[in-house]
Design a protein. Structure first.
Lengths: 278, 380
């Protein structure tokens, strides 16, 4: 009897879980599908369907403000990803294998940018840049907020995310492999190049992808630390929403979505095991 | 691993010229733990040497110090006369077969084997030829393009061997290389590894906790316990003449009969008998008499040859093993012997006899004897 009861409970639990999975799926993807469909809407108004057209894509790409914002976004995203991937990987390696003074403190604080609210981080960085500029200005050069400060801010939070992802990969890394390489006449550097780096590369790639995505997504920190002429695409979209949602924004959003998906697919392909040529 | 081509037959033994490995007062401390404590050891060129001991005895740390993966806290370490204690592992002419093999998972079998050659700048056809030779040596032809994860444990072990041997190291270090294999494969690999060592003529230093494996494979054995090297000798020496109680107990099965010495040729057993046993200890030293089970002879009470000194006892257990019987015999005060003295304590002896002889049953009164040469007096 109790067996039957358990089986029944199990069955209904399974159905419930299945329904839940579909609900979550719909919750996540229906808005996206709607967005994509309406980006091909011919109508001037966002919520009135008038027929299929790619006209808003043309309008968006013809808009110099959008193109310039896209350019800023790409410069910031790529430069901050490259720098934060290198620095974040270095931090993860240092925390993983060396015992040095202040290691515990660094271990605790390196992840802080992940937990502190964006707005706090944004204000913090703005104050920092203002004070730093004041100091540097006394020596002559006049510095202002711009693309560089946005990129620096993105590096500041991206280092933490890269470090977390790489560290997780390092936790699974078998240090005996490095000993084997050293035993087989590899210098410490070549051991890193030929054994450690290839094996933690998926973690580094995942960290870099996360950094790129976060940088392309960021609004709050970018808005605070950008000067004139350094408007990123999300900041532009956010500010133009105040004049009402236009089909043009749907088109831009769809383009950003396509870019993100392409990045994820590329990264997954990179992470697949493949043969390395010696 | 063909055993037919014995290309090099350098005589094993520590006395053949410059020792392959030489340790002088080597110690290793980790924080406040002494892992290796003042080890002196010489391993001869071409020797198959086993470092044997229970886990945590310091044998692996000793091996890692020879490899350069751990740096000694104290002492001198020479490989073929060259002082290497402070050299990094990539400069030492030794290679290691790691316990879990440590094969590079992102490389194929051939790439794994070629790694050491590449690091020494050997590339192209010359490297290809050497990799092919090493692959053939361990019978892995056809597996070159597989990845370690696609191989069985035994095959991975062969890759690890080939990856080390392709470099023609002066000394090959093996850290429990057969530990991860099942019993049957393990026994096969013991034979193959021994044949391979004869074929390549390289000095092997083999770490194991399995005393049977150490005795079966090596030219000489070093027994370690708690960071110290207790005894070094041929398997026969270590088995037949253990240097102390630990070695006697650890190597093979033995009976350790407690007693005290009575002069240079006799030991008074706690079980209440004085038996002949040569020793060099002062009279009255507490010792144990080590008697191997296969050296113990059992006679039905009263049937022993007249001139043989015997201990009386009673069989408490008889186990049939197919090829042999194993008997447990209680001796001493409770075993029905006459004239029990104060201070005498009961003991048990394990005896082993071939199944051809007449079987004895539990409860049967017996006399136990052995030839005096078959025993060793061991102290702590």
């Amino acid at each position: 009897m109790s067996d039957l009861g358990t089986a029944g409970t199990k069955r209904s639990a399974r159905h419930l879980l299945k329904a839940n999975a579909w609900f979550v799926f719909a919750f996540l993807y229906v808005p996206i599908v709607v967005l994509v469909i309406f980006s091909f809407n011919d109508s001037e108004r966002v919520n009135v369907w008038q027929g299929l057209s790619a006209r808003w894509y043309g309008e968006a790409l013809g808009n110099t403000q959008i193109v310039s914002a896209l350019r800023v976004s790409l410069i910031v995203a790529i430069s901050s990803t490259v720098v934060s991937t290198v620095l974040g990987t270095a931090v993860a390696l240092a925390l993983d294998r060396y015992r040095f003074k202040g290691r515990r403190a660094l271990d605790g604080t390196v992840y802080l940018p992940i937990v502190i609210p964006d707005i706090t981080m944004a204000v913090m960085l703005l104050v920092f840049f203002a004070e730093a500029f004041k100091l540097i200005d006394t020596f002559g050069p006049r510095l202002t907020l711009g693309v560089t400060t946005v990129a620096l801010s993105h590096i500041a939070f991206n280092i933490s995310f890269v470090a977390v992802v790489v560290r997780a990969r390092l936790d699974q890394f078998d240090r005996t492999l490095e000993e084997a390489a050293r035993d087989l006449y590899a210098t410490p550097w070549r051991t890193f190049r030929r054994v450690t780096l290839p094996l933690i590369a998926p973690g580094i790639a995942a960290g870099a992808l996360l950094a790129l995505t976060l940088s392309l997504d960021d609004v709050v920190i970018s808005a605070f630390t950008a000067g004139p002429g350094a408007t990123t695409l999300p900041v532009y979209v956010f500010s133009s929403i105040r004049q009402g949602v236009t089909p043009e924004l749907n088109a831009i959003s769809t383009l950003m979505l396509t870019a993100s998906i392409t990045l994820v697919v590329a990264s997954l392909a990179l992470q697949r095991p493949r043969s390395t040529t010696p | 691993m063909s055993s037919d081509a014995v290309t090099s037959a350098s005589p094993p033994g520590a006395d053949a010229g410059v020792p392959a490995v030489e340790l002088h007062g080597i110690s290793k401390r980790f924080a406040d733990v002494v892992a290796v404590d003042g080890v002196d050891l010489q391993i001869g060129d071409g020797e198959f040497f086993a470092l044997l001991g229970p886990s945590g005895c310091g044998k692996t740390t000793t091996l890692r110090m020879i490899a350069g993966l751990d740096i000694p806290s104290e002492g001198r370490l020479a490989i073929f006369g060259e002082e290497v204690a402070s050299w990094p592992p990539d400069r030492r002419p030794v290679n290691t077969v790691f316990q879990a093999y440590a094969l590079f998972p992102h490389m194929t079998v051939a790439q794994n084997i070629a790694f050491g050659l590449q690091m020494r700048g050997i590339r192209g056809p010359d490297a290809d030829r050497q990799v092919a030779e090493a692959t053939a040596l361990v019978q892995l032809e056809g597996m070159e393009h597989r990845r370690p994860s696609q191989l069985s444990g035994g095959q991975q072990q062969r890759v690890a061997l080939a990856r080390a041997l392709v470099n023609h190291p002066k000394v090959l270090l093996l850290d429990e290389p057969l530990g991860a294999l099942d019993l049957k494969l393990r026994q096969e690999m013991q034979v193959e590894l021994k044949a391979l060592q004869r074929e390549v003529g390289i000095t092997f230093v083999f770490v194991t906790h399995d005393q049977e494996e150490a005795l079966a494979m090596s030219d000489r054995v070093g027994v370690m316990s708690e960071g110290r090297l207790l005894q070094v000798g041929t398997p026969a020496e270590v088995y037949e003449h253990p240097a102390n109680r630990f070695v006697a107990d650890f190597i093979g099965r033995t009976n350790l009969l407690e007693g005290v010495t009575e002069g240079p040729s006799a030991v008074r057993l706690d079980a209440g008998a004085v038996v002949a046993a040569a020793n060099e200890l002062a009279a009255g030293s507490p010792v144990a008499l080590s008697v191997r089970p296969e050296q113990v002879r059992l006679h039905r009470r009263g049937e022993a040859p007249g001139d043989t000194p015997c201990l009386d006892g009673v069989i408490t257990d008889a186990t049939y093993l197919g090829h042999a019987f194993v008997y447990t015999v209680a001796i001493g005060p409770t075993a029905g012997a006459s004239g029990t003295n104060a201070g005498e304590r009961a003991a048990t002896i394990t005896a082993r006899s071939e199944t051809g002889s007449a079987a004895l049953a539990a409860g049967e009164p017996v006399s136990v004897s052995w030839s005096p040469g078959a025993t060793t007096v061991v102290a702590d």
